[in-house]
Write a protein that binds this ligand. Structure first.
Ligand SMILES: C[S@@+](CC[C@H](N)C(=O)[O-])C[C@H]1O[C@@H](n2cnc3c(N)ncnc32)[C@H](O)[C@@H]1O
Length: 270
């Protein structure tokens, strides 16, 4: 963690520490310290029903790093809009992108007050590039685009990243319209990168049921086909929409990596 202090030692008044929150539970599974007993309680309940959740969280972060490396490297992208950032952890988007090209500019967006509290750990840009943080809701894409324009040039290609967030929008039509609005605000040559949980095992379906009983906001698994539809109209980067460990696996990995209950992809706006 970029910030080593424990969450309970610095609780801002707007934080609701009685309701388990997605960013903090995710942080718990990733081995972070920025979570509260309520988060750990639900996190443990889900772990019991779905022990693969920790591997799932790590594999999802590993996909984020490989996708950003691809975008900043092969695809030549220099601007990133990472919505649903989560708490700072290892390999945050700006660190991965700026390790490839220090001039990359990254805007982070989240609506959880605890992420805002830790945002300074995300604002550690290389001198050649820039980072910014916007406290906003994905349901307000116009505000996100407007405020992103402080840091990003919206006339130049941007990689929009929706990692583990669209599942928080239950309705497919609403989620589709948010994605379309975001993509309409960026030029051809921009990318959509996303990753979300799939309803591909009984264990993960049970985990989502437990989550939705108590955690905030609720999370809705989709089938891989429903996730693939978010890329309609885009040119999918090979190998298309797949389970995260199978998207550009590290060359050192032996054989085909095992799938997890998630689907991810990277698509280019033509
Ligand atoms: C499961 S975490 C994923 C974090 C990170 N993207 C990753 O892949 O490791 C989901 C994040 O989305 C944020 N989030 C959920 N709903 C949101 C919304 N409507 N607007 C903005 N952020 C939201 C949560 O606060 C949380 O930080």
């Amino acid at each position: 963690m970029a910030d080593n202090s424990s969450a309970s030692s610095q609780v801002p008044p707007e934080l609701n520490t009685n309701v388990p929150q997605t960013a903090r539970i995710w942080n718990y599974w990733l081995g972070g310290k920025d979570n509260f007993p309520v988060d750990r309680q639900v996190g443990d309940q889900i772990l019991q029903a779905f022990p693969a959740i920790v591997e799932n969280a790590r594999a999802s972060r590993a996909f984020l790093a490989r996708a950003v490396r691809y975008l900043a490297g092969e695809a030549g992208i220099r601007q990133f809009l990472d919505i649903g950032t989560g708490l700072p952890t290892a390999n945050n988007t700006h660190q991965v992108a700026q390790a490839v090209a220090p001039e990359c500019r990254i805007v982070y967006v989240d609506n959880d007050p605890i992420v805002l509290t830790h945002a300074r750990a995300l604002l550690t840009s290389s001198p050649e590039g820039a980072t910014d943080y916007i406290d906003a809701d994905l349901r307000d894409p116009d505000k996100i685009l407007q405020q992103a324009a402080r840091t990003l040039d919206l006339t130049q290609p941007i990689a929009i990243m929706l990692m583990g967030i669209l599942g928080h929008i239950a309705d497919d039509d609403e989620a589709q319209s948010i994605v379309k609005r975001l993509l309409s605000g960026v030029p051809a040559g921009s990318y959509l990168t996303m990753n979300d949980g799939t309803d591909t095992s009984e264990e993960v379906v049970e985990a989502a049921r437990i989550w939705n009983q108590s955690a905030n906001p609720t999370y809705h698994l989709r089938s891989p086909d429903r996730i693939a539809r978010f890329f309609d109209g885009l040119e999918l980067v090979e190998p298309g929409v797949v389970s995260p460990p199978r998207w550009h696996p590290e060359p050192s990995a032996s054989g085909l990596p095992a799938e997890i209950d998630s689907a991810c992809g990277v698509g280019r706006k033509p």
